[in-house]
Design a protein around this ligand. Structure first.
Ligand code: SF4
Length: 350
């Protein structure tokens, strides 16, 4: 029997809030390097250009750039703080519970109660901490309902997938690499692969929009990179309404996908970050500093924070180069020392 009385996990004590001015300052405090240490200046996330000079992208980065290049810059180059969102935490909790559901290495389907237990273990509180407790509980109960529905759909055909959260690093020419992880890849008995991505939108998209999904096309290419063959189908599983929309591989345009990735990489390399007002501006964390919108004076703080981060990254790059030079000089010095010692010894024996 399902345990409906299970309590929602407690949020962590004393959370940091990056949304307010104090939160911004605390974040800066955490990132400040102690005197005399170099390592803490390293960026917290991988650099945008990797060691081979390729632009390092993900579906989220490409999607962000295509929606608004300036927002992309604020998020991924300036790395301005973002306001935690209940919907992001809700989606992340559902994803983690479903990953654990398919990742048990046992052929039997976990029970509904076990799936709800996985939700309990996976519940991420970050985005909910500003909400009254009743609303937090409402989100948790909603997640329980969503997973009960998912269990009813999945249990009759449950089988272990070929992979869950399959991490990939997909090179696109010499210009770009796209990284990410695929929620689930199923394999038929004949070896045909099926890529599945979970979505927590309230409504399902129609077949045409699923077939036009850049994310699924990237995942199809990534599947070939990982398994040596393209998937037979790709699908978005809209877990909230409980609908999986599946399309055949030949409905995707993989050539156009490669072009889109390369164009995005090129535009980023050329530092084209124009603000592009769109329907998502109302939910943009950086509207208060965006030049496309009337300002209330807070843009100067935002731009100052952005400039500080830019300079910090530049300092980190110079420190890395300095360390490499130091290591090179030390290596050279020890080689020269060893050669002189050898010369001295050979002189003794003459
Ligand atoms: S407010 Fe709109 S135009 Fe400005 S950065 Fe955000 S998404 Fe772009």
């Amino acid at each position: 029997m399902v345990d409906d009385t299970r309590e929602m996990p407690e949020p962590p004590a004393d959370p940091v809030d990056p949304a307010d001015a104090d939160g911004v300052l605390r974040l800066l405090e955490v990132e400040r390097a102690p005197e005399g240490t170099y390592g803490t200046l390293e960026p917290a996330t991988p650099p945008l250009i990797d060691g081979q000079g390729r632009v390092r992208l993900s579906f989220s980065r490409i999607d962000s750039y295509r929606n608004c290049p300036r927002r992309f810059r604020y998020d991924y180059i300036d790395r301005l703080p973002r306001v935690p969102s209940p919907h992001l935490s809700f989606g992340s909790s559902i994803h983690r519970a479903l990953e654990a559901f398919y990742d048990r290495k046992l052929p039997d389907c976990p029970t509904e109660e076990e799936l709800l237990g996985l939700l309990y273990d996976s519940w991420e509180t970050t985005g909910f901490r500003e909400l009254p407790r009743e609303e937090q509980i409402g989100f948790y109960r909603h997640a329980q309902d969503v997973l009960r529905r998912f269990h009813r759909r999945a249990a009759p055909t449950y089988r272990l997938p070929a992979a869950t959260e399959a991490w990939f690093e997909l090179p696109i020419g010499y210009e770009a690499v796209v990284v990410g992880s695929i929620d689930r890849i199923d394999a038929d008995d004949d070896g045909a692969l099926h890529v599945i991505d979970y979505k927590t939108n309230r409504k399902a998209k129609d077949r045409a929009r699923v077939a036009g999904s850049l994310q699924l096309a990237i995942y199809a290419l990534a599947c070939r990179h990982l398994f040596g063959r393209l998937p037979a189908t790709v699908s978005l599983d809209f877990v909230v309404p409980g609908v999986e929309v599946r399309v055949e591989l030949d409905e995707l345009d993989l050539d156009a996908t490669r072009e889109t990735i390369l164009e995005t990489a090129q535009a980023i390399r050329e530092e084209r970050f124009e603000p592009t007002p769109n329907r998502l501006c109302d939910w943009c964390d950086h509207r208060a500093i965006c030049p496309a919108w009337p300002q209330d004076g807070s843009e100067s703080l935002g731009e100052a924070v952005a400039e500080l981060r830019r300079r910090r990254r530049e300092a980190a790059r110079q420190v890395r180069e300095l360390r490499e030079m130091e290591a090179g000089v030390a290596r050279l010095a020890s080689e020269v020392g060893a050669a002189s010692t050898a010369d001295g010894r050979s002189g003794d024996t003459r």
